[in-house]
Design a protein around this ligand. Structure first.
Ligand SMILES: NC(=O)c1ccc[n+]([C@@H]2O[C@H](COP(=O)([O-])OP(=O)(O)OC[C@H]3O[C@@H](n4cnc5c(N)ncnc54)[C@H](O)[C@@H]3O)[C@@H](O)[C@H]2O)c1
Length: 255
């Protein structure tokens, strides 16, 4: 599918990887609805990107919010060809500590946003895209999800995060199979450490240390490198039902 003149919802589009995808897609001639709970970041980027971007305040776990983002796409641009799911949260909490036990509400919240939220967007956007005319490429649309290498190499303190990203990887193939008849592809990207506000929560020396552990190139990923992979996935029809790591060959150790 070509990006030119297509419309995408980008969840988490107000920051980090989602913002980079929005920039890349708009530069390629697409329109984007930035669907994020971060009103400040989302509206600022929408006004920076101009007429082919708008902001829709959206908690991915809330079906009314997702429906409103879909309505925004149709009202502003008259079409919707997919969603790039970048909304997500990361927590670090050990299963048990010397005097602590993992808060179950925290575990549940991470699963809700990263897994249920991702699926909520897919199910509602897919339903809306069923009415799309079939493109020359025989496609109706595409979903790109964001997992993490924590799905495979979860570290200490990442039980909730790794479980959530493992679920995103695991649901990629069955959803791709569900939507194949509709001409809709589903692909997941599993990034290694990337230089975004989520990573910036960690102390600088930790960021430097993580970057230096990447075999090559020995640094954190730049969000535009993630965005260029997302663009390629849209444009390359044979990629479907798969999870692609983008990680400079890093395999995370226990901590
Ligand atoms: N940065 C990394 O190193 C890295 C590595 C692997 C995976 N990831 C994943 O990439 C995705 C993007 O992360 P990022 O690094 O750009 O982080 P980020 O914090 O910069 O951006 C995440 C965005 O998601 C939004 N968001 C959070 N909860 C939401 C909700 N319920 N509904 C809608 N929006 C919500 C936030 O407001 C924020 O704008 C996440 O799923 C993250 O787990 C990031």
């Amino acid at each position: 599918m070509e990006l030119h003149d297509k419309t995408f919802i980008v969840t988490g589009g107000g920051s980090g990887l989602g913002a980079a995808v929005a920039r890349e897609f708009v530069a390629a001639g697409a329109a984007v609805v930035l669907a994020d709970v971060d009103v400040e970041g989302g509206t600022a980027l929408a006004s920076e990107l101009g007429a082919r971007a708008c902001f829709s305040r959206c908690d991915v776990c809330n079906s009314d919010d997702v429906a409103a983002a879909i309505d925004h796409a149709h009202a502003e641009y008259g079409s919707l060809h997919g969603a790039v799911n970048c909304a997500g949260v990361a927590t670090i909490m050990k299963t048990v500590g010397r005097d602590t036990v993992h808060d179950l509400a925290v575990f549940d919240q991470v699963l809700q946003i990263n897994v249920v939220g991702t699926f909520n967007v897919i199910r509602l956007v897919a339903a809306a895209m069923q009415a799309n005319p079939i493109e020359k490429s025989a496609e109706r649309g595409i979903f790109i999800n964001t997992a993490s290498i924590a799905a495979f190499d979860g570290q200490m303190g990442q039980a909730a995060y790794a479980a959530s990203k493992g679920a995103v990887v695991a649901m990629t193939l069955p959803i791709a199979r569900d939507l194949a008849r509709e001409g809709i592809r589903v692909v997941t990207i599993a990034p290694g450490p990337f230089k975004t506000p989520m990573m910036a929560q960690l102390p600088q020396e930790v960021q430097d240390s993580v970057g230096s552990q990447v075999p090559f190139p020995s640094r954190l990923g730049n969000p535009d490198e993630f965005a260029r992979l997302a663009r390629h996935i849209v444009e390359n029809q044979m990629i479907n039902g798969e999870c692609i790591r983008i990680d400079g060959a890093i395999r995370m150790g226990p901590k």
